[in-house]
Design a protein around this ligand. Structure first.
Ligand code: F7E
Length: 319
């Protein structure tokens, strides 16, 4: 029986990955953080046939106990303080959650379930403003993070590589570029924009406040990206991989298309608010995922347009 343990199971990616792995016949286990609003703890996964445990990446005792009980064959470490903007307001917590916890997780995995494979959720934010002369980021692009979040992910990335080499382990990094869906937290720009558009259309609000609209992101769909995570873990050898669409669009482009779907012009509603400007900005992301597509035969199903259309439809039905 293949047994997966997912940290961050109630997140966007954790929930899609759980569904995907259940479909593949896995027994799925996940770590849930205690939340004061009980409904929020497992809102994305409460209908799934999975087993959850209260724990926290910063609580080594809980990690140790859960690993001992589950003895997984695959660990997907998706839990993190994942908001780049907020990471500058709580840098120490970000490093503790995203980097220090990875040491505990890898040490415990090595000792408790030595044959277990580990997937680490690495991020395009690790590149910062480094970009190759052809306009892409790839595994060889220097990592110069521009946020505490990016720094924390570089540390975790290197730890995974270190443990893989030093102890001959099947530990992998998936460097995922931005990936969205209707399940994305609504303080990330895509879902914030889409949810606000629907509220504007339904005359519940009359403006959308944003920060920098000129940064460019390489956006894919979370459902496609969790399939890449699984493929990474099934490859013949452990490695690091880029998962991206290879196309870049600005926040402005995103707004223009999303507003047009409900016959509105973003220029009439989007207002600037300095509050959303970050101390340092990552300007352009565009990932070269050619190796991942070729060796893993990974092929995303969504396009930029179909992803936004699905998000609009979701909020239209929900609000
Ligand atoms: O920002 C700009 C903001 O917060 C995208 C995480 O999943 O992807 C994500 O990080 C861009 C930035 O995502 C607002 O300044 C403008 O340039 O949606 P975001 P992110 O920072 O790219 C990477 C790959 C990860 O690994 C992260 O975990 O949008 N922006 N106005 C805004 N962003 C937000 N959140 N809110 C605004 O009002």
């Amino acid at each position: 029986m293949r047994k997966a343990l997912i940290t961050g199971i109630n997140g966007q990616d954790g929930s899609y990955l759980s569904e995907f792995l259940i479909g593949k016949g896995y027994e799925v286990h996940g770590i849930l953080r205690r939340h004061s609003v009980a409904e929020n703890q497992d809102a994305r996964i409460n209908s799934l046939d999975i087993k959850t445990y209260y724990g926290d990446l910063t609580d080594e005792v809980s990690l140790f106990k859960i690993l001992k009980e589950v003895k997984p064959t695959e660990i997907y470490n998706l839990g993190a303080m994942s908001h780049v903007g907020i990471s500058s307001q709580m840098p120490a917590f970000t490093i503790k959650t995203n980097s220090l916890s990875v040491i505990s997780l890898l040490e415990f995995a090595k000792e408790i379930c030595p044959e277990c494979k580990v997937y680490q959720a690495s991020s395009s934010e690790m590149f910062g403003n480094s970009i190759d002369s052809d306009g892409f980021q790839r595994l060889t692009t220097p990592m110069n993070p521009v946020s505490p979040y990016g720094c924390s992910k570089v540390m975790a990335y290197n730890l995974v590589k270190y443990y893989r080499q030093a102890y001959n382990k099947f530990y992998c990094n998936g460097i995922l570029f931005n990936h969205e869906s209707p399940r994305r937290g609504s303080n990330f720009v895509t879902n914030k924009v889409v949810k606000s558009i629907v509220m504007i259309k339904k005359k519940l609000i009359n403006k959308l406040e944003l920060g920098n609209m000129d940064s460019q992101r390489d956006w894919g769909h979370s459902q496609d990206y969790v399939e890449a995570m699984h493929l990474i873990m099934q490859y013949k050898s452990p490695n690091d991989w880029i998962v991206s669409m290879g196309e870049t669009r600005s926040i402005r482009d995103f707004c223009e298309y999303a507003f047009s779907l409900v016959n509105l012009n973003y220029l009439d509603y989007v207002k600037h608010n300095e509050k959303y400007i970050r101390p340092l900005e990552l300007d352009v992301l565009r990932g070269d995922s050619s190796k991942t597509r070729k060796l893993l035969n990974w092929k995303p199903k969504y396009t930029f347009e179909s992803m936004i259309e699905e998000m609009i439809e979701y909020w239209m039905n929900k609000i």
